[in-house]
Design a protein around this ligand. Sequence first.
Ligand SMILES: Cc1cc2nc3c(=O)[nH]c(=O)nc-3n(C[C@H](O)[C@H](O)[C@H](O)COP(=O)(O)OP(=O)(O)OC[C@H]3O[C@@H](n4cnc5c(N)ncnc54)[C@H](O)[C@@H]3O)c2cc1C
Length: 294
Amino acid sequence: MAAESRDGALSLLRLLEDLPGERRLEEPLAPYTTFRIGGPAWVLFFPHTVEALAEAVQRARREDIPYRIIGGGAKVLFPDTGFPGLVIHTGWLRHIQEMENGIWVEPGFPISGLVKRGLWVLAGVPGSAGGAVVMNAGTRYGSISSYVISVQTLLPNGTVAMLPSQECRFSYRSSVFREKRLPVLGVGLRLPEEIRPVADLLAERQRTQPLDYPSAGCVFRNPEGISAGWLIDQAGLKGARVGDAKISEKHANFIVNLGQARATHVLSLIAEAQEAVYRSFGLSLSLELEVISS
Ligand SMILES: Cc1cc2nc3c(=O)[nH]c(=O)nc-3n(C[C@H](O)[C@H](O)[C@H](O)COP(=O)(O)OP(=O)(O)OC[C@H]3O[C@@H](n4cnc5c(N)ncnc54)[C@H](O)[C@@H]3O)c2cc1C
């Protein structure tokens, strides 16, 4: 790491030193993502409390330090060169509380835990409650937005606010938290009354998705009424490979990491798929994957 980056990382470490949590200097991000790709963050911080998460965001904003929050890392692609700033991991923030009309969970609470509590529509979706809210995660059976009562966030002016669902601007795989990069500090959810066994749903995913290799799920949003995977397949790109990144033969909207894939390989395949689909169908594929630049 260059001396300038090292100084930046050390001063960031000092900025956070009084906050309850664990700090790792120059920590490679690949192990914290389902893609298993990504160079080191200056500092990777695991806050022990939601207040520490909010305070870390506040300080990074004040000092103009680039920052990102991650949960399960199931929808992110970090550069091979890493992230010159602060990455905050919500892994410790997993508290759950019963409410009269549902549950309240901290952002790191796993989606699989929500499924166990009855949110069957998200069966098989990896990641955290915070990431699910940001991405408005969903399956063909429904999205998390239909169950959100309210979300606690930190507004750009530094106030903690409780946004009711209608103010979260949920849309297909997006929300105000994704658009404006607002932290999700907690979420209130109502749970469906109908309880469904999820074994069939998981088996269906096992059959249709390449779950044997690291990936970040679907790379592109489906254009209105058409599957992006079908378009990529029809454009002849199933199985296309750059380095160890490959467009899955099982599901062409997945790029899988065969072992040593780098972010640059994935980005080349993304560009190839977009060009091929545009050439064949005149459609521009937009990204569902969160590509993070350094
Ligand atoms: C095999 C596989 C299958 C998948 N299937 C589906 C599917 O069926 N449906 C679907 O919707 N998704 C699917 N995904 C994608 C992923 O599971 C979802 O997008 C999930 O919601 C990501 O949660 P996460 O905690 O991993 O988010 P991360 O990847 O950690 O983060 C995603 C985004 O949210 C931000 N973020 C995370 N936590 C916070 C927070 N607390 N506050 C503010 N910002 C935050 C990050 O900065 C980033 O922009 C799949 C992924 C994989 C690997």
